[in-house]
Design a protein around this ligand. Structure first.
Ligand SMILES: *Cc1c(COP(=O)(O)O)cnc(C)c1O
Length: 356
């Protein structure tokens, strides 16, 4: 058998599907998962789809100790005609490989990884929900599995893809959120792992996120780790602003995650011939713009929420309300167009969609 042939082992008992009206994010997983192993000297091998279930690792497995791990997040969308489609999945695989390179994890064959995603989604087709704004969230990840506590890159890895149906991110309608500018903790620094999608970045961000939540904010706005003044991201999303007619977003300087939703926003905005600038933006400039009435809109971008409008920003003793706390026209247009392309109600002129 070709080492790239995906073998399948079907679950003997299928789980009941959750009610799509009450779906939560990331709690019920489908019947199967994709697995593939890596061993030095052999390479990636034994791609397979097997019943979803626990994976056995030694307590000494390197991922538990040194966090050698990368992941991705993308969705499969049900169209009105019943078909299922993916949004820019190759970009997720390329980013996964860039994350792998940063974490000394051997890269995956792009076609093999795409086949893994496609085969799993085909097998779990009946798990792709059809209620408005629902989707099947797909989580590919790679972990280091060597049973050894010496600090070095692992010689063996596991690539796994799991999937879970997820509900609408905005069951109550899309409402702007309140954001706290974090001045103490930082998420990532240049030279670190900020541009890789790796669990350690999330572990480092939890404390500030919890503090913000306890104080009544939904997320934090991260500043750069060196000067503590340049805006980086919002929570686990990229951040974009409309200042005096121009869309401004921080450049991908190494400490920022290169979001596919961010890139899609920029591609759409440029296709609409709106002025777009990827440039450093300080928190002083942002608050000054707000005080002069020039901060017109602000929003986060990421696969889970797609677009998350920001209605209020708080930095130390300063507070600004953006667009009267309501979603702005550019934010709304991006949300409508992106979700339209993703669920297949708006034509895709960019070649972003792949049919399952
Ligand atoms: C995944 C992620 C994003 C958003 O990326 P998308 O490809 O748009 O989903 C932004 N910031 C961080 C830190 C992330 O992990």
């Amino acid at each position: 058998m070709n080492k790239n042939t995906i073998r399948t082992e079907r679950a003997s008992v299928l789980k009941p599907k959750p009610d799509s009206a009450t779906l939560k994010f990331g709690t019920s997983f489908t019947d199967h998962m994709f697995l593939m192993n890596y061993t030095d000297g052999i390479g990636w091998h034994d791609p397979r789809i097997v019943p979803y279930g626990p994976i056995t690792l030694e307590p000494s497995a390197m991922v538990f100790h040194y966090a050698q791990e990368v992941f991705e997040g993308l969705k499969a969308y049900r169209r009105a005609d019943g078909g299922v489609q993916l949004f820019r999945p190759r970009d997720n695989i390329r980013r996964l490989n860039r994350s792998c390179a940063r974490l000394c994890i051997p890269e995956l064959d792009e076609e093999m990884a795409l086949q893994g995603i496609l085969e799993l989604v085909r097998m779990e087709e009946s798990w792709v929900p059809s209620a408005p704004q629902t989707s099947l969230y797909i989580r590919p990840f790679v972990i280091a599995t060597d049973p050894a506590v010496g600090v070095h890159a692992s010689h063996t890895y596991l690539f796994c893809i799991i999937a879970c149906p997820v509900g609408s991110y905005y069951p109550q309608g899309i409402n702007p959120v309140s954001i706290y500018v974090e001045s103490d903790d930082v998420r990532a620094v240049k030279g670190g792992t900020g541009s890789a999608k790796t669990g350690g970045n999330y572990a480092a961000s939890l404390r500030a996120g919890e503090r913000a939540e306890q104080a009544g904010y939904s997320q934090v706005l991260w500043l750069d780790g060196v000067h503590r003044k340049y805006i980086e991201e919002v929570g686990a999303m990229n951040v974009l602003f409309k200042i005096d007619g121009e869309i401004v977003t921080p450049p991908l300087g190494g400490s920022i995650l290169p979001g596919i939703t961010r890139q899609s926003c920029l591609d759409l905005l440029r296709s609409w011939e709106m002025p777009v600038s990827e440039r450093p933006l300080t928190v002083d400039e942002l608050f000054e713009a707000a005080e002069n009435g020039k901060l017109e809109e602000a929003w986060g971008s990421g696969t889970a929420a797609v677009i998350s409008p920001i209605g209020e920003l708080v930095w130390k003793d300063k507070k600004v309300v953006i667009n009267g706390g309501k979603i702005g026209p550019t934010t709304q247009k991006l949300y409508d167009t992106l979700t339209g392309i993703q669920w297949g109600t708006v034509q895709d002129p960019f070649g972003w969609i792949i049919n399952v």
